[in-house]
Design a protein around this ligand. Structure first.
Ligand SMILES: Nc1nc2c(c(=O)[nH]1)N[C@H]1C(S)=C(S)[C@@H](COP(=O)(O)OP(=O)(O)OC[C@H]3O[C@@H](n4cnc5c(=O)[nH]c(N)nc54)[C@H](O)[C@@H]3O)O[C@H]1N2
Ligand SMILES: Nc1nc2c(c(=O)[nH]1)N[C@H]1C(S)=C(S)[C@@H](COP(=O)(O)OP(=O)(O)OC[C@H]3O[C@@H](n4cnc5c(=O)[nH]c(N)nc54)[C@H](O)[C@@H]3O)O[C@H]1N2
Ligand code: SF4
Ligand SMILES: [Mo]
Length: 704
């Protein structure tokens, strides 16, 4: 049984609940009388009917047995989470958040959001924190995702949109460098564009310490030691300069800062780069030849290159490389970041980030404060200043942050140094979690609020291309489930007043209409976008500053979004990962994803077919390393870092560097990869170093 309410017969066009491709799909009543939903293919430009197994199995989670269907409150007597009415649960949240605020000040209440939330929810959550709670302590899981690329985008181009062109342009360029993306597992329908690229005579270069399913499709696979991409990018740029292949005319007319950037790459000569990265000099030369010989070319980065304590500079070096070769601001050329979460793009535009207001405005900018305060009907001075970044906020729990509201994240599994963060969550005076399932973070809460899911609610999402999309409700939610917008509305009333609650409408379209006003004039300008338009055009690209504006699929063709219209080179030099290997911790651990699980696994571990395909954590290692520590394929190994340990079966394969092990991070318990990871933060983006830390790998016991 999926729901107790009837499902309409027609097909509702919508989008997948998971990743940033936001594949188009249709939902219709399933055959049979059990009230379920079937996913049907629908033609949408990004996925052209294709879906991965997560998308096609998504309705499973709508079923009653797998999800939350009533509020839970921790009872003092038993210490257990037990069913409660919404009235009791909401009053308890309001009372406890209110008393913490009363006792310790507004900044003692924190808010942690997510990049899976619709634009409307992200907007309302940011407004709720600043206006109702009055706290500066809000951030979200997107900080762990594409924040380094976002910061580098801002620095170089003056605006941050993941891809400055539609994904389909990838098929028509001449050469693509994919740095740290395994999109064959993380965005499978996008593989079509790589295949078409090669069918059209283009070439693909993949940079990954592992020979992934994506790397297998490449013309050239470079396998650097994790954490050395910055040296690699600088080394390639060094060769471009040395070979006289820089595009001097483009540099002169469209950029600034080249002299300093060029001077900085001169120290990164090929033999040194080979020593740092492990990539042989001939492969460096081949990469430059493939990239520069093509008429048009692109560099796309994802988490492999970005989730480092130098992620911002690494992306900066890749942007320098594109600018120096004239591969930016021109058709079919440029730098792009493959944003990850369903609303990873929109989630960073509307104000749930510690330093941001809607429209991608800066909270520290007086003009931005005045504009947004005007839309919100409050005094600019009443808005708090910028708060802490995600890891810093989680690390402060139980210290000066005493209560937390989590909406759309499961940090017990996904935060770096997770055992420590789990301890911080336990040290809170009060934790409230709004979720669709009882995640590991919800299990620690004092109050759990069950919320509606994608197919049960309407809202907009902005995909990795900056395309604003509409998800339409296809069926009513179960009786005792409410939307995040309803939760915020009720809390605004209980913590503020009836008139405060008016600022938090429960109708998503009403929220969107306000978001349009708040974003007007900002970098991410949605003012010309409406639900009706998105529906009619199947998506509109921002910026779209007025009604009748066509939207902007391709950015930067005339000018970059900086004040002088020029893209800015940045001066960067390589630095080693925060934690280097040594005698005690001789191996590099990197982490990432597998096809069938999504993120912390809170949702996908509950779906039987996905769980069967990927049932648990593992430690991928080279036969040389396996031989050295005396383990065979399937033997349990213990991985230890300076922060903790994790145990999982070995997966022995020649497809990984012999100095590196890889663990997917989707599981809790003893296989939790984030027991090990290093929370060293990038100084600009505050991205933790998920992709490189030093570990020891040992045999744990007999085969499991
Ligand atoms: N199946 C699935 N799909 C997803 C998700 C999911 O959880 N599961 N999550 C979504 C989200 S939020 C995101 S952010 C995206 C992430 O999408 P990707 O970035 O493609 O995913 P990852 O597996 O984290 O990392 C990609 C690759 O980086 C490599 N890598 C590790 N260290 C380094 C390094 O130092 N340098 C380089 N060059 N490469 C390195 C890894 O070996 C891995 O193959 O996926 C989205 N799609
Ligand atoms: N070691 C390691 N750790 C990583 C990464 C890595 O590569 N390596 N990647 C990082 C990255 S890129 C990311 S994006 C993070 C993601 O990590 P998390 O933030 O933990 O991501 P999810 O598992 O998607 O968590 C989303 C939670 O919100 C719930 N949810 C879904 N939709 C809604 C909604 O509309 N409303 C509400 N209230 N709840 C909802 C889901 O059920 C789930 O419990 O993990 C990061 N952690
Ligand atoms: S690729 Fe992403 S958006 Fe598309 S079906 Fe799979 S999880 Fe959903
Ligand atoms: Mo992500």
């Amino acid at each position: 049984m999926l729901t107790n309410a009837p499902v309409p017969a027609a097909v509702t066009p919508t989008h997948c609940p998971y990743c940033s491709l936001q594949c188009g799909m249709g939902l219709r009543a399933a055959a049979g009388a059990d009230g379920g939903l079937d996913v049907v293919a629908r033609d949408f430009p990004v996925n052209r009917g294709a879906l991965c197994g997560k998308g096609s199995s998504a309705p499973a989670l709508l079923s009653r047995g797998l999800r939350l269907t009533e509020p839970l409150v921790r009872r003092p007597g038993t210490g257990l989470l037990e069913p409660a009415t919404w009235e009791e649960a909401l009053e308890l949240v309001a009372e406890r958040l209110g008393s913490v605020r009363q006792g310790y000040g507004a900044d003692a209440v924190g808010v942690f959001g997510g990049g899976g939330l619709t634009n409307e929810k992200a907007y309302a959550l940011g407004k709720f924190a600043r206006v109702v709670l009055g706290t500066s302590q809000i951030d979200y899981n997107g900080r762990f995702c594409m924040s380094s690329a976002a910061a580098a985008h801002q620095r170089a181009f003056g605006v941050d949109r993941g891809l400055p062109f539609p994904l389909e342009d990838v098929a028509r360029t001449g050469c693509v460098i994919l740095a740290g993306s395994n999109l064959a597992e993380t965005m499978p329908p996008a593989v079509r564009y790589l295949r078409e690229l090669r069918e059209n005579g283009g070439t693909l270069i993949v940079i990954d310490p592992r020979r992934t399913k994506t790397a297998e499709q490449a013309d050239l696979h470079l396998a650097p030691r994790p954490g050395t991409d910055l040296a690699l990018a600088l080394g390639l740029l060094h060769l471009v300069v040395a070979q006289g292949r820089a595009d001097e005319e483009f540099i002169r007319e469209r950029t600034s800062g080249w002299e300093a950037a060029r001077a900085a790459v001169m120290a990164h000569w090929p033999e040194l780069v080979e020593r740092t990265t492990g990539v042989p000099v001939p492969q460096l030369r081949d990469a430059v030849a493939l990239f520069c010989d093509a008429q048009e070319a692109m560099v796309l980065t994802a988490r492999g290159a970005e989730q480092h304590a130098k992620g911002t500079d690494t992306v900066g070096a890749w942007i320098n490389f594109c600018l120096a070769t004239g591969r930016a601001g021109r058709p079919l050329s440029g730098y792009g970041c493959l944003t990850g979460q369903g609303n990873g793009q929109g989630g960073r535009e509307h104000g749930q980030k510690a330093d941001q207001l809607p429209g991608y405005r800066k909270l520290a900018d007086p003009a931005a404060r005045a504009h947004v305060a005007g839309v919100w009907g409050v005094e600019p001075d009443s808005l708090p200043g910028p708060g802490r970044s995600a890891y810093e906020l989680l690390d402060a729990l139980g210290g000066d942050v005493k209560a937390l509201l989590v909406m759309g994240s499961n940090p017990v599994v996904s935060a770096p140094r997770a055992a420590h963060i789990e301890g911080r969550l336990r040290a809170l005076d009060f934790l409230a979690v709004a979720d669709v399932v009882l995640s590991e973070t919800a299990e620690l809460a004092d109050v759990v609020l069950p919320v509606t899911q994608w197919a049960e609610e309407t809202g907009t999402m902005t995909n990795l291309e900056g395309r604003v999309l509409l998800r339409r409700a296809a069926l009513p939610p179960p009786e005792h489930v409410r939307s995040d917008l309803e939760v915020l509305n009720s809390l605004a009333e209980l913590l503020g007043s009836e008139s405060a609650a008016k600022g938090f409408p429960v109708d998503p379209e009403e929220v969107f209409e306000e978001l349009r006003l708040a974003s007007a004039g900002g970098a991410a300008d949605y003012s010309g976008i409406s639900y009706a338009r998105i529906e009619a055009e199947d998506g509109v690209f921002w910026p779209c500053p007025e009604e009748g504006h066509p939207g902007t699929p391709r950015l930067f063709l005339d000018r970059f979004a900086t004040e002088d219209g020029r893209a800015r080179f940045v001066e960067v030099a390589h630095r080693e990962p925060d934690e280097e290997t040594d005698a005690d911790y001789p191996v590099v651990l990197t982490t990432g994803r597998v096809l069938a699980q999504y993120q912390s696994g809170a949702q996908t571990r509950r779906v039987a077919e996905l769980n069967a395909a990927a049932p648990g954590a593992y430690v991928e290692m080279h036969p040389l390393l396996a031989g050295r520590i005396g383990v065979g394929d399937g033997d349990a190994v213990t991985v230890t870092s300076r922060r903790g340990r994790a145990t999982a079966p070995a997966r022995v394969t020649g497809a990984i560097r012999s100095d590196t092990v890889f663990m997917p991070f989707h599981w809790a318990g003893e296989g939790r990869a984030n027991n090990l990871t290093n929370p060293a933060l990038d100084p600009v983006s505050k991205m933790p170093e998920f992709k490189a830390c030093a570990v020891r790998v040992e045999r744990a016991g007999p085969a499991v």
